[in-house]
Design a protein around this ligand. Structure first.
Ligand code: NAP
Length: 96
């Protein structure tokens, strides 16, 4: 089983993580609004305090890239995402 990291647990990310958990993978995730991830925590998601903490504890990280996050990061305004460079905004090496 894979050790997956996921940043951004909105509609898309939440459903992806839900599927990973249902398949028995270990998932560590982060979302700006923690309460929106509670249903996934109840299903076994390990919630991390920051995107950096997700990256540090997993084999690869998927980041949901919304227009608002992209724009905020481009302006250097998104403190939540600043630990990760734009180059990390990609799906890296997924083997499921
Ligand atoms: N939904 C679909 O069916 C679908 C299908 C195909 C592709 N997509 C693509 O998937 C991506 C995500 O879509 P979605 O439907 O999942 O969107 P969404 O439900 O609105 O989720 C957006 C995510 O981005 C986070 N976020 C937004 N602005 C942020 C900011 N300034 N700083 C930190 N976090 C921020 C939100 O965190 P909070 O929870 O804290 O707000 C949430 O985790 C988009 O690129 C979309 O085009 C979606």
């Amino acid at each position: 089983m894979a050790n997956i990291g996921y940043v951004g647990l909105g509609t898309m990310g939440g459903q992806m993580v839900n599927r990973f958990l249902e398949k028995g993978h270990s998932v560590t995730g982060y979302n700006r609004t923690r309460s929106k991830a509670q249903w996934l925590i109840d299903k076994g998601l390990k919630f991390a305090d920051s995107p950096r903490a997700v990256a540090a504890s997993t084999e690869f990280v998927t980041i949901e890239r919304t227009k608002s996050v992209e724009a905020a990061t481009a302006r250097g305004e998104s403190a939540n995402f600043s630990p990760l460079s734009m180059s990390h905004w990609a799906l890296e090496r997924v083997r499921l």
